[in-house]
Design a protein around this ligand. Structure first.
Ligand code: ADP
Ligand code: MG
Length: 274
Protein backbone atom coordinates (compact mmCIF):
# COMPACT_ATOMS: atom_id res chain seq x y z
CA UNK A 1 0.00 0.00 0.00
CA UNK A 2 1.23 3.50 -0.81
CA UNK A 3 1.85 5.66 2.22
CA UNK A 4 -0.36 8.68 1.64
CA UNK A 5 0.19 10.13 5.10
CA UNK A 6 1.80 13.52 5.49
CA UNK A 7 5.34 13.88 4.36
CA UNK A 8 5.56 17.48 5.50
CA UNK A 9 4.88 17.39 9.23
CA UNK A 10 2.03 19.05 11.07
CA UNK A 11 1.15 21.69 8.43
CA UNK A 12 -0.09 18.82 6.28
CA UNK A 13 -2.62 17.87 8.96
CA UNK A 14 -6.22 18.12 7.90
CA UNK A 15 -7.67 17.54 11.34
CA UNK A 16 -6.26 17.51 14.82
CA UNK A 17 -8.38 16.77 17.91
CA UNK A 18 -6.90 16.97 21.39
CA UNK A 19 -8.45 15.73 24.62
CA UNK A 20 -12.05 15.77 23.39
CA UNK A 21 -14.63 15.20 26.11
CA UNK A 22 -18.38 15.15 25.68
CA UNK A 23 -21.15 13.98 27.99
CA UNK A 24 -24.88 13.48 27.53
CA UNK A 25 -26.44 13.86 30.95
CA UNK A 26 -24.51 11.45 33.16
CA UNK A 27 -23.10 9.49 30.22
CA UNK A 28 -19.49 10.24 29.24
CA UNK A 29 -19.60 9.53 25.51
CA UNK A 30 -16.04 10.80 24.88
CA UNK A 31 -13.39 10.67 27.60
CA UNK A 32 -10.45 12.67 26.28
CA UNK A 33 -9.99 11.50 22.70
CA UNK A 34 -7.00 12.77 20.72
CA UNK A 35 -6.57 11.92 17.07
CA UNK A 36 -5.40 13.46 13.83
CA UNK A 37 -5.93 12.97 10.10
CA UNK A 38 -3.08 13.65 7.68
CA UNK A 39 -3.50 15.22 4.28
CA UNK A 40 -4.25 12.62 1.61
CA UNK A 41 -5.09 9.95 4.12
CA UNK A 42 -8.05 7.59 4.38
CA UNK A 43 -8.49 7.39 8.11
CA UNK A 44 -10.77 4.82 9.76
CA UNK A 45 -12.68 5.48 12.98
CA UNK A 46 -13.93 2.14 14.25
CA UNK A 47 -15.32 0.58 17.41
CA UNK A 48 -18.40 -1.24 18.67
CA UNK A 49 -21.85 0.37 18.66
CA UNK A 50 -22.15 3.19 21.16
CA UNK A 51 -18.38 3.68 21.47
CA UNK A 52 -18.62 7.37 20.53
CA UNK A 53 -17.74 7.45 16.81
CA UNK A 54 -20.71 9.52 15.62
CA UNK A 55 -20.39 11.81 18.64
CA UNK A 56 -16.73 12.40 17.71
CA UNK A 57 -17.78 13.36 14.16
CA UNK A 58 -20.51 15.63 15.51
CA UNK A 59 -17.92 17.37 17.68
CA UNK A 60 -15.39 17.81 14.85
CA UNK A 61 -18.04 19.22 12.49
CA UNK A 62 -19.44 21.71 15.02
CA UNK A 63 -22.78 19.97 15.67
CA UNK A 64 -21.92 19.31 19.34
CA UNK A 65 -19.50 21.65 21.10
CA UNK A 66 -17.06 19.59 23.20
CA UNK A 67 -17.10 19.90 27.01
CA UNK A 68 -13.30 19.97 26.89
CA UNK A 69 -10.59 19.71 24.27
CA UNK A 70 -9.54 21.42 21.09
CA UNK A 71 -10.16 20.90 17.37
CA UNK A 72 -8.01 22.20 14.54
CA UNK A 73 -8.90 22.04 10.87
CA UNK A 74 -6.21 22.78 8.29
CA UNK A 75 -4.08 24.18 11.12
CA UNK A 76 -6.72 26.60 12.48
CA UNK A 77 -8.64 26.36 15.72
CA UNK A 78 -12.33 25.63 15.08
CA UNK A 79 -13.30 24.41 18.53
CA UNK A 80 -16.55 26.35 18.79
CA UNK A 81 -17.20 27.09 15.14
CA UNK A 82 -20.69 26.35 13.72
CA UNK A 83 -21.37 23.47 11.30
CA UNK A 84 -22.08 25.95 8.51
CA UNK A 85 -18.73 27.71 8.94
CA UNK A 86 -16.93 24.36 9.10
CA UNK A 87 -18.59 23.36 5.81
CA UNK A 88 -17.36 26.64 4.30
CA UNK A 89 -13.80 25.63 5.17
CA UNK A 90 -14.12 22.65 2.85
CA UNK A 91 -15.48 19.91 5.09
CA UNK A 92 -18.36 17.72 3.90
CA UNK A 93 -20.02 14.82 5.66
CA UNK A 94 -22.61 12.14 5.22
CA UNK A 95 -24.86 10.99 8.03
CA UNK A 96 -25.30 7.58 9.60
CA UNK A 97 -29.04 7.90 8.99
CA UNK A 98 -29.82 9.02 5.45
CA UNK A 99 -30.53 12.74 5.19
CA UNK A 100 -31.82 13.13 1.64
CA UNK A 101 -34.74 15.36 0.63
CA UNK A 102 -37.63 13.05 -0.10
CA UNK A 103 -39.74 13.88 -3.14
CA UNK A 104 -36.81 15.58 -4.86
CA UNK A 105 -34.88 13.95 -7.68
CA UNK A 106 -31.39 12.47 -7.42
CA UNK A 107 -30.03 15.43 -9.42
CA UNK A 108 -31.70 18.07 -7.23
CA UNK A 109 -30.49 16.37 -4.06
CA UNK A 110 -26.96 16.41 -5.43
CA UNK A 111 -27.30 20.06 -6.52
CA UNK A 112 -28.20 20.98 -2.93
CA UNK A 113 -24.67 19.93 -2.00
CA UNK A 114 -23.52 23.07 -3.83
CA UNK A 115 -25.15 25.36 -1.28
CA UNK A 116 -21.87 26.09 0.51
CA UNK A 117 -20.73 27.85 -2.66
CA UNK A 118 -23.81 30.05 -2.94
CA UNK A 119 -23.90 33.72 -2.07
CA UNK A 120 -25.81 34.53 1.14
CA UNK A 121 -28.75 36.00 -0.82
CA UNK A 122 -29.11 32.78 -2.73
CA UNK A 123 -28.82 30.83 0.49
CA UNK A 124 -31.87 32.62 1.87
CA UNK A 125 -33.97 30.88 -0.75
CA UNK A 126 -32.44 27.46 -0.78
CA UNK A 127 -35.01 25.99 -3.12
CA UNK A 128 -35.33 28.93 -5.47
CA UNK A 129 -31.65 28.94 -6.37
CA UNK A 130 -31.90 25.71 -8.32
CA UNK A 131 -33.71 27.73 -10.94
CA UNK A 132 -31.78 30.94 -10.50
CA UNK A 133 -30.13 31.91 -13.75
CA UNK A 134 -26.58 32.99 -13.26
CA UNK A 135 -25.08 30.40 -10.98
CA UNK A 136 -27.06 27.42 -12.07
CA UNK A 137 -24.93 26.41 -15.02
CA UNK A 138 -21.69 26.31 -13.08
CA UNK A 139 -23.26 24.32 -10.28
CA UNK A 140 -24.88 21.98 -12.76
CA UNK A 141 -21.59 21.28 -14.47
CA UNK A 142 -20.00 20.17 -11.21
CA UNK A 143 -23.09 18.10 -10.36
CA UNK A 144 -23.04 16.41 -13.76
CA UNK A 145 -19.37 15.61 -13.36
CA UNK A 146 -20.01 13.98 -9.98
CA UNK A 147 -23.03 12.08 -11.34
CA UNK A 148 -20.79 10.64 -14.00
CA UNK A 149 -17.97 9.97 -11.52
CA UNK A 150 -20.39 8.08 -9.30
CA UNK A 151 -22.23 6.38 -12.15
CA UNK A 152 -25.67 7.73 -11.27
CA UNK A 153 -26.68 8.79 -14.81
CA UNK A 154 -29.43 6.18 -15.13
CA UNK A 155 -31.30 7.37 -12.06
CA UNK A 156 -30.59 11.11 -12.09
CA UNK A 157 -34.24 12.08 -12.59
CA UNK A 158 -35.75 9.52 -10.21
CA UNK A 159 -37.19 10.72 -6.90
CA UNK A 160 -34.71 9.62 -4.22
CA UNK A 161 -37.40 7.82 -2.22
CA UNK A 162 -38.01 5.18 -4.90
CA UNK A 163 -34.42 4.00 -5.34
CA UNK A 164 -32.87 1.23 -3.22
CA UNK A 165 -31.11 2.13 0.04
CA UNK A 166 -27.67 1.27 -1.38
CA UNK A 167 -28.15 3.80 -4.19
CA UNK A 168 -29.53 6.40 -1.77
CA UNK A 169 -26.29 6.10 0.20
CA UNK A 170 -24.41 6.65 -3.05
CA UNK A 171 -26.47 9.79 -3.77
CA UNK A 172 -25.62 11.10 -0.31
CA UNK A 173 -21.95 10.54 -0.99
CA UNK A 174 -22.35 12.35 -4.33
CA UNK A 175 -24.02 15.29 -2.57
CA UNK A 176 -21.06 15.50 -0.18
CA UNK A 177 -18.53 15.33 -3.04
CA UNK A 178 -20.27 17.97 -5.14
CA UNK A 179 -19.34 20.63 -2.58
CA UNK A 180 -15.74 19.91 -3.67
CA UNK A 181 -14.52 19.28 -0.13
CA UNK A 182 -10.91 19.05 0.97
CA UNK A 183 -11.97 16.80 3.81
CA UNK A 184 -14.80 14.29 3.61
CA UNK A 185 -16.31 12.58 6.64
CA UNK A 186 -18.38 9.45 6.05
CA UNK A 187 -20.47 7.91 8.83
CA UNK A 188 -21.11 4.27 7.90
CA UNK A 189 -21.48 4.88 4.14
CA UNK A 190 -21.88 1.15 3.43
CA UNK A 191 -24.61 0.33 5.94
CA UNK A 192 -27.37 -1.69 4.27
CA UNK A 193 -25.29 -2.47 1.17
CA UNK A 194 -24.59 -5.82 -0.42
CA UNK A 195 -21.05 -6.98 -1.21
CA UNK A 196 -21.07 -5.60 -4.75
CA UNK A 197 -22.35 -2.19 -3.65
CA UNK A 198 -19.74 -2.09 -0.88
CA UNK A 199 -16.96 -2.75 -3.38
CA UNK A 200 -18.31 0.04 -5.61
CA UNK A 201 -18.26 2.53 -2.76
CA UNK A 202 -14.80 1.43 -1.63
CA UNK A 203 -13.57 2.10 -5.19
CA UNK A 204 -15.26 5.55 -5.24
CA UNK A 205 -13.65 6.45 -1.92
CA UNK A 206 -10.20 5.47 -3.19
CA UNK A 207 -10.79 7.38 -6.44
CA UNK A 208 -12.05 10.45 -4.54
CA UNK A 209 -8.81 10.49 -2.58
CA UNK A 210 -6.55 9.78 -5.56
CA UNK A 211 -8.26 11.86 -8.27
CA UNK A 212 -9.99 14.63 -6.33
CA UNK A 213 -7.40 15.22 -3.59
CA UNK A 214 -9.85 14.64 -0.78
CA UNK A 215 -8.69 13.49 2.65
CA UNK A 216 -11.20 11.12 4.17
CA UNK A 217 -12.35 10.04 7.61
CA UNK A 218 -14.59 7.00 7.46
CA UNK A 219 -16.60 5.30 10.20
CA UNK A 220 -17.12 1.76 9.03
CA UNK A 221 -18.20 -1.54 10.53
CA UNK A 222 -17.11 -3.79 7.69
CA UNK A 223 -13.57 -4.70 8.72
CA UNK A 224 -12.72 -6.13 5.29
CA UNK A 225 -13.35 -2.64 3.88
CA UNK A 226 -11.41 -0.93 6.66
CA UNK A 227 -8.31 -3.07 6.12
CA UNK A 228 -8.59 -2.71 2.34
CA UNK A 229 -8.86 1.10 2.09
CA UNK A 230 -7.71 2.74 5.33
CA UNK A 231 -4.14 3.94 5.83
CA UNK A 232 -4.58 4.20 9.58
CA UNK A 233 -7.30 3.60 12.16
CA UNK A 234 -8.29 4.62 15.65
CA UNK A 235 -10.43 2.16 17.61
CA UNK A 236 -12.82 3.55 20.23
CA UNK A 237 -14.54 1.69 23.04
CA UNK A 238 -16.72 3.45 25.61
CA UNK A 239 -15.38 6.84 24.55
CA UNK A 240 -11.70 5.93 24.80
CA UNK A 241 -9.02 4.94 22.30
CA UNK A 242 -8.13 1.28 22.84
CA UNK A 243 -5.91 0.76 19.78
CA UNK A 244 -4.60 2.68 16.79
CA UNK A 245 -2.23 2.53 13.84
CA UNK A 246 -1.95 0.15 10.91
CA UNK A 247 -5.49 -1.24 10.35
CA UNK A 248 -4.74 -4.98 10.38
CA UNK A 249 -2.58 -4.71 13.48
CA UNK A 250 -4.95 -2.43 15.39
CA UNK A 251 -8.00 -4.57 14.67
CA UNK A 252 -6.20 -7.71 15.82
CA UNK A 253 -5.22 -6.07 19.12
CA UNK A 254 -6.52 -8.18 22.04
CA UNK A 255 -8.31 -5.15 23.55
CA UNK A 256 -10.20 -4.66 20.27
CA UNK A 257 -11.10 -8.33 19.91
CA UNK A 258 -12.39 -8.25 23.49
CA UNK A 259 -14.45 -5.07 22.90
CA UNK A 260 -16.15 -6.60 19.85
CA UNK A 261 -16.72 -9.94 21.61
CA UNK A 262 -18.36 -7.99 24.42
CA UNK A 263 -20.65 -6.34 21.87
CA UNK A 264 -21.65 -9.69 20.37
CA UNK A 265 -22.31 -11.16 23.79
CA UNK A 266 -24.47 -8.14 24.64
CA UNK A 267 -26.39 -8.49 21.38
CA UNK A 268 -27.03 -12.19 22.08
CA UNK A 269 -28.18 -11.24 25.56
CA UNK A 270 -30.80 -8.82 24.20
CA UNK A 271 -31.66 -11.11 21.29
CA UNK A 272 -30.18 -9.06 18.42
CA UNK A 273 -28.66 -10.97 15.51
CA UNK A 274 -24.96 -10.05 15.27
P1 ADP B 1 -21.34 5.15 17.80
O1 ADP B 1 -21.49 6.09 16.66
O2 ADP B 1 -19.94 4.72 18.07
O3 ADP B 1 -22.26 3.96 17.68
P2 ADP B 1 -22.47 7.32 19.36
O4 ADP B 1 -21.45 8.39 19.26
O5 ADP B 1 -23.68 7.45 18.52
O6 ADP B 1 -21.76 5.90 19.15
O7 ADP B 1 -22.94 7.21 20.86
C1 ADP B 1 -22.02 7.14 21.96
C2 ADP B 1 -22.83 7.14 23.24
O8 ADP B 1 -23.43 8.43 23.42
C3 ADP B 1 -23.98 6.14 23.24
O9 ADP B 1 -24.10 5.62 24.53
C4 ADP B 1 -25.17 6.96 22.84
O10 ADP B 1 -26.36 6.43 23.37
C5 ADP B 1 -24.84 8.33 23.46
N1 ADP B 1 -25.41 9.46 22.69
C6 ADP B 1 -25.04 9.82 21.45
N2 ADP B 1 -25.71 10.91 21.05
C7 ADP B 1 -26.54 11.24 22.08
C8 ADP B 1 -27.51 12.28 22.28
N3 ADP B 1 -27.74 13.20 21.35
N4 ADP B 1 -28.17 12.29 23.47
C9 ADP B 1 -27.92 11.37 24.42
N5 ADP B 1 -27.03 10.38 24.29
C10 ADP B 1 -26.34 10.29 23.13
MG1 MG C 1 -22.65 5.98 14.95
Amino acid sequence: MTDHSAQHGSEARVLSCRGIERSFGGLKALKGVSLHVNSGEIFGLVGPNGSGKTTMVNVMTGFYPPDAGQIELFGEDVTRVSPHRIAERGVARTFQNLALFKGMSVLDNILLGRHVHMRPSALASLFYWVWAQREELAHRRVAEEIIEFMQLEDIRDEPVDVIPIGLQKRVELARALVSEPRFLILDEPMAGMNQEEKEYIARFILDARDERNVSILIIEHHMDVVTAICDRVVVLSYGEIIAQGEPRKAIADPAVVKAYLGERAAQRHIGVAA
